[in-house]
Design a protein around this ligand. Structure first.
Ligand code: TYM
Length: 333
């Protein structure tokens, strides 16, 4: 039976956090038994911010270890480094011919980067969504499990796919859709209420899968709260909603119901809620942190996993490039 093809990637730009876990990895793990899955470390994408060459490998290996520690099984999926699939840059080049400067300049993530690093507005940054589309289309994927922040990039991938199909007159690429289980695509906010949890920003208000127990407790106890609701069943401000979301994701339904009830009756004590959340979070993160640390001690094993992953992924990427070359007319011999 043909299984639906799934692709997703994580940039190797730092330590993974709860946003990466609940926005992406948790879905990867749920899909690995039922779909044909390609998951990769986006090391080319990381180059847009010019990382220190010495840091590239440890960052890539840590992302692999943290994915496996979170439940991803490299036997069931293809887990590889983006730079190991040489077909990706070729498809990226082909798609660049169908991507327009004007539309790329309008992408909100590009505009953010221009604001944040005006001294390094390189072409890789501008064409970031094209490379991302190549990552997805190289396996002709139909589903892409990602957090809310990537939705716009997915829309662009669909546009490039349909432009290619129109230009060459066949339905060669499917239009990939954002995938989520039950609720809306998740966005985990940072604990200070300013933006989202991130690998490189909001570090003291982001919970990392590598944080030790005390760091987790301290970060949660410092999370932004307020005086509490003034009337029963009041709407929650987004930073309170975020704490409830984290509680729902890590605590038992009874605990979540108890604090939701207290909020709705205006007798919530945020101190108690944070203490409870901190303990549930420690219990949640600890096994992932310990397993990831253990895996990272065996570099050889990670190297083997990456090699095997790239080999597994190559069959489909080679077939896509062969097909795309033919359609474009690169078909000389
Ligand atoms: P990256 O590395 O920033 O994030 C990896 C995944 O984690 C999700 N995520 C979040 N979800 C919820 N709340 C948050 N605070 C949060 N922060 C991150 C992201 O949505 C993503 O799913 N461009 C991508 C990497 C990429 C990719 C791809 C993804 C490259 N090529 C092809 C899918 C398909 C990125 O920078 O993700």
């Amino acid at each position: 039976m043909n299984r639906e093809v799934v692709v997703s990637g994580i940039r190797s730009t730092g330590y993974l956090h709860l946003g990466n876990y609940f926005g992406a990895i948790q879905n990867y793990v749920k899909m690995q038994d039922t779909h044909e899955c390609y998951f990769f470390v986006a090391d080319y994408h990381a180059l847009t911010t010019h990382p220190d060459p010495k840091e590239l490998k440890p960052n890539v290996f840590r992302v692999v270890a943290e994915n496996i520690a979170s439940g991803l099984d490299p036997e069931k999926v293809a887990l590889y480094a983006q730079s190991d699939l040489i077909e990706i840059p070729e498809l990226y080049l082909m798609l660049n011919m169908l991507a327009y400067k004007g539309e790329l300049e309008k992408v909100p993530t590009f505009k953010d980067k221009v604001r944040m690093q005006p001294e390094n507005v390189n072409a890789g940054l501008l064409t970031y969504p094209v490379l991302m589309a190549a990552d997805i289309l190289i396996h002709r994927a139909v589903k892409v499990p990602v957090g809310k922040d990537q939705e716009q990039h997915l829309e662009m991938a669909r546009n490039f796919a349909s432009r290619f199909n129109t230009r060459y007159g066949v339905d060669f690429f499917p239009e990939p859709q954002v995938f989520r289980f039950n609720q809306d695509t998740v966005k985990i906010m940072s604990l200070d209420g300013n933006g989202k949890m991130s690998k490189s920003e909001n570090v003291s208000a982001t919970i990392y899968l590598s944080d030790d127990d005390d760091t987790i407790r301290k970060k949660i106890m410092k999370a932004k709260t307020d005086q509490g609701p003034a009337e029963p069943n009041a709407a929650m401000p987004d930073y309170i909603q975020n704490l409830f979301l984290l509680l729902q994701l890590t605590a038992t339904p009874e605990v979540t119901a108890q604090f939701t009830g207290a909020y709705n009756n205006c007798n919530i004590r945020y101190g108690d809620m944070k203490k409870q959340l901190a303990e549930d979070m420690v219990t949640f993160v600890r096994p992932i942190r310990e397993r990831a640390a253990e895996l990272q001690r065996d570099e050889d094993a990670i190297r083997k996993i990456l090699k095997a992953g790239a080999e597994k992924a190559r069959a489909s990427s080679a077939a896509t490039i062969a097909g795309a070359r033919k359609l474009i007319g690169i078909n000389y011999y």
